[in-house]
Design a protein around this ligand. Sequence first.
Ligand code: PLP
Length: 427
Amino acid sequence: MFDPIRNAPAHATAAVAQVRPAGERRVTRETYDRVMFQTYAPAAFVPARASGSRIWDTEGRDYVDFAGGVAVLSLGHCHPALVAALRAQADRMWHVSNYMVNEPALELAHKLVEKTFADRVFLCNSGTEANEGALKTARKWASTHFGERKHRIISTTNAFHGRTWLAVSTGGSPKYVRGMGPVPAGITHVPYNDVDALARAMDDDVACVILEPMQGEGGMYPGTPAFLAAARELCDRHRALLIFDEIQSGVGRTGALYSYMRKGVTPDILTSAKGIGGGFPIGCFMATEDVAQVMQPGTHGTTYGGNPLGAAVANTVLDIVDQPAFLARVLEAEARLRAGFEAIDARYRLFADVRGEGLWLGCELVAAWKNRASDFMKAGHRHGVIILTAGNNDILRFAPALNITDAEIDEGLARLERAVAELLSAA
Ligand SMILES: Cc1ncc(COP(=O)(O)O)c(C=O)c1O
């Protein structure tokens, strides 16, 4: 039986954040506005301590975390097993570089090969790097076997694949590359879930198709079985590789270790990050033998990828998450959250749609509240719950820890409802 308390950190007994009087603090939220690049609009509070699905800010206020660090904290904040793995490895060895292998990295790659379709794994530090490496691998594979002409990348509009040059160009949001052109050539975007558009875009010059099995940032749209199957079939027909970006959907998020396992469509390359490190920065891409063997010494590399600290944590995450009872609990928690959203909607008629898979759900706001999702996020902060937005600021997005308890779900929903009531009563 899955025991959410034994498997979750003992946040019930955790000490509340140490609150330092404001006058004694050298840095505050205002420091962000003065000394950091203004690339984000962070919340008005500064988190100081966290445990399980609970965060305390520097003022000692607590928040239920329905965001999970943007689908990263698969086991919540400071899970005791992850803390122990990190501490043990920190005492043993931090870094050796890729001139030498290390046991945690070998174990991690071994585990991923055992658990997935892949024969080989490349370890890196983030999701963006994983996609960059996957796309480079696909182009190298295509040019090795068919010549340089086979270079085209097919992606989808509103896709999100990260922030490097190639990742933003491959992603489907022109706003992320505006003013930074010219962008890399040879990339075509087709509407997500549009089988005909994908078929029209394909030809024998395509090296790869890259897809999120469910679009997250783009608006929480699950890939239809027809679209994912067509992508596989078209890639096979045109001798192109299918890359699944499972950076947000992977590691238990949808109730399967990787979401492709639920979809019945297997990619040639899969990228993973976020949840696999449970909060420690690590990413990877994995592929079949045929694909991986085009990458030889010198074709790709990273200083920190495969470092023992990240690998030790990721090994522990996989051991805990990839258990039938743990994954079944994700779906149970999904049902509880969905029931909560339905109850809120029954009272306030706020959601045009609730969609998603596992603990990765989006509530699309009705027309009257279009583009106001960030207002609900801010109201959530005032009422002690942390949520995300997605799409065109019209979706409330939820990606809590996979081991969130029923009590945390209920408390978070109650706080969300208070935030909704505040906004709707002021309208
Ligand atoms: C589907 C997807 N791909 C790639 C990335 C980029 O990952 P990272 O921010 O770790 O570079 C993200 C991050 O949100 C993502 O959701």
